[in-house]
Design a binder for this molecule. Structure first.
Ligand SMILES: [Mn+2]
Length: 329
């Protein structure tokens, strides 16, 4: 398994903090783009997030640590899909994510179109059979198929619902769906926090806690960046108005951790970078590192999966490694 060096890896970090053997965290790039319906470019998302991450500070004031040096973050060489599409492409992603989970890694998957999230959800579900899925998105992605494809980005959650218990799915920020999706949600018990309901105060002022109350002890997060307001996130294929700001979104994840729940893995998808517009790329990169910082917060209990034989050691060697380089400015 090849990992990328500091010129191309997440946060631009030196060895051993970016070596696979010594890192607790692994970043998987899945630059898959096949069923885009409106704006294209999601295939360039993982590289844009990693490029922007070179400008993200190592230190997080909230957790008072440099997580990347405490735990190590290995960036795996991006997956190449060649002619693989649909199920074959998903199998390709799932195999890598599963291998990393078995090695004891905390896995972050970067998309790519939302289709790919089916793979890490499936792999994590095997390792964490009691997990819930927390889904940030403008769209519920529950169409049985879209534009003739059951593997459309607009159908990814319908595919997840075929193998994952629907009453353990919680969606946040939804504001664009068809009537069949609304009916599916009602029929299956998916918990959907619509943007309109949040804005109208139907879930109260502390709506973030209401979201968290629906989740089990283990939480997998799938994050479509079009959850955000298009003003802060114009770089996505299907932007929708009435989106969410960064801070109110992070508050949901803060509430997950504050409640003692454990984040077991996550993905960030659908960033379609626009040349010369940099704030969405840095926002996505910050989002990835912030979720990591919160996931490894001391309040969250981090045990490795019990269902697998896990060999890897999590700790980065205690010896002082080569000097850490500062951030680009
Ligand atoms: Mn979406």
């Amino acid at each position: 398994m090849k990992v990328l060096g500091p010129k191309k890896n997440f946060l631009a970090i030196e060895e051993p903090y970016s070596s696979l053997e010594t890192s607790a965290i692994a970043i998987v790039s899945a630059p898959y783009e096949h069923t885009v319906s409106y704006g294209g470019g999601a295939g360039k998302g993982p590289k844009a997030i990693i490029d922007a991450s070179a400008y993200v500070e190592f230190y997080d004031d909230e957790t008072n640590r440099e997580l990347c040096f405490d735990k190590g973050i290995a960036t795996i060489k991006p997956l190449a899909f060649g002619k693989m599409v649909d199920r074959a492409a998903l199998d390709h992603v799932e195999e890598l994510v599963e291998d990393l989970i078995v090695m004891g890694k905390f896995v972050v998957t970067l998309g790519g179109e939302h289709t790919i999230s089916t793979a890490p959800i499936s792999a994590h579900y095997r390792a964490y059979p009691l997990m819930s899925v927390l889904h940030f998105d403008a769209h519920s992605d529950l169409r049985d198929e879209y534009q003739g494809s059951p593997y459309s980005h607009a159908s990814f959650m319908a595919r997840v619902a075929e193998f994952f218990p629907t009453d353990r799915i919680t969606q946040v920020g939804i504001r664009a769906q068809c009537i069949e999706e609304a009916a599916f949600i009602k029929a299956t018990g998916i918990k959907t926090f619509y943007a309109s309901a949040i804005r109208r105060g139907l879930h109260g002022v502390n709506w973030q806690k209401k979201v968290v109350d629906t989740l089990g002890k283990d939480v997998y997060i799938t994050f479509d960046v079009d959850h955000f307001c298009p003003s802060i996130m114009p770089s996505t294929g299907t932007p929708e108005p009435d989106g969410f700001l960064y801070s109110e979104t992070i508050d949901v994840i803060r509430a997950v951790v504050a409640s003692g729940r454990r984040i077991v893995g996550f993905d960030v998808v659908e960033l379609a970078p626009v040349k010369g517009v940099t704030h969405p790329d840095i926002t996505a990169a910050r989002l990835v590192y912030k979720i990591l910082n919160l996931a490894f917060d001391v309040r969250a209990q981090h045990a490795v999966p019990k269902t697998k034989s896990v060999k890897a050691q999590h700790a980065v060697p205690p010896h002082k490694a080569p000097a850490k380089k500062g951030k680009k400015k």
